[in-house]
Write a protein that binds this ligand. Structure first.
Ligand SMILES: Nc1ncnc2c1ncn2[C@@H]1O[C@H](COP(=O)(O)OP(=O)(O)O)[C@@H](O)[C@H]1O
Ligand SMILES: [Mg+2]
Length: 159
């Protein structure tokens, strides 16, 4: 587990970029945290790595966005869904199956039973003011010693 504190949206975005360079090509990343804890901000940074010059959209209305020619990144936001059943009804389970892509799920707590057990969980919390505490937990998706090589952008604080 790695816990990182960021102090601005720019720092959270930089963490997203660093994270994107580090992830294997096939992984599901579950983002878990309250409103305005920086989930979309983190994803924007990740998408910037994959998208190159593509425009980065919020998936609030489309629910799923895709970035990059390959490896590609899917960004899903389950905010507007109320239940696991609804996620399943929409056929989203397919997106969680192993594939050559990075699949990032915002509001993943709304679909945890549908997500693969092997996943990266990122828990985001408010830390007062502009501080966000971002805890990265590997659930069998990365090699055991992953935290030794995790690239934390300065000046974020790590513990
Ligand atoms: N350290 C920080 N990291 C990320 N966002 C921050 C930070 N400090 C302040 N903010 C603000 O918090 C909000 C986070 O929004 P967003 O990324 O959309 O959150 P979420 O997707 O979790 O609802 C933005 O308005 C951003 O400017
Ligand atoms: Mg969001």
């Amino acid at each position: 587990m790695v816990t990182i504190q960021t102090h601005s949206s720019e720092e959270t975005e930089a963490l997203g970029r660093a994270l994107a360079t580090f992830l294997p090509e096939e992984i599901v990343v579950a983002l878990i945290g309250d409103l305005a804890t920086g989930k979309t901000c983190l994803v924007r940074g990740m998408a910037a790595h994959f998208a190159g010059d593509d425009v980065i959209h919020s998936p609030t209305f489309t629910l799923v966005n895709e970035y990059g020619p390959g490896p590609c990144m899917y960004h899903m936001d389950l905010y507007r869904l109320d239940s696991v059943a609804e996620v399943a009804d929409l056929g989203y389970e397919e997106l969680f199956e192993p594939r050559q892509a990075i699949t990032v799920v915002e509001w993943a707590e709304r679909a945890l039973p549908l997500l693969p057990e092997k996943r990266l969980e990122i828990h985001l919390e408010h830390g007062g003011g502009d501080i966000r505490k971002i805890r990265i937990e590997n659930h069998g998706a990365l090699p055991d010693k992953w935290h030794n090589s995790f690239p934390v952008p300065k000046p974020s604080v790590v513990s």
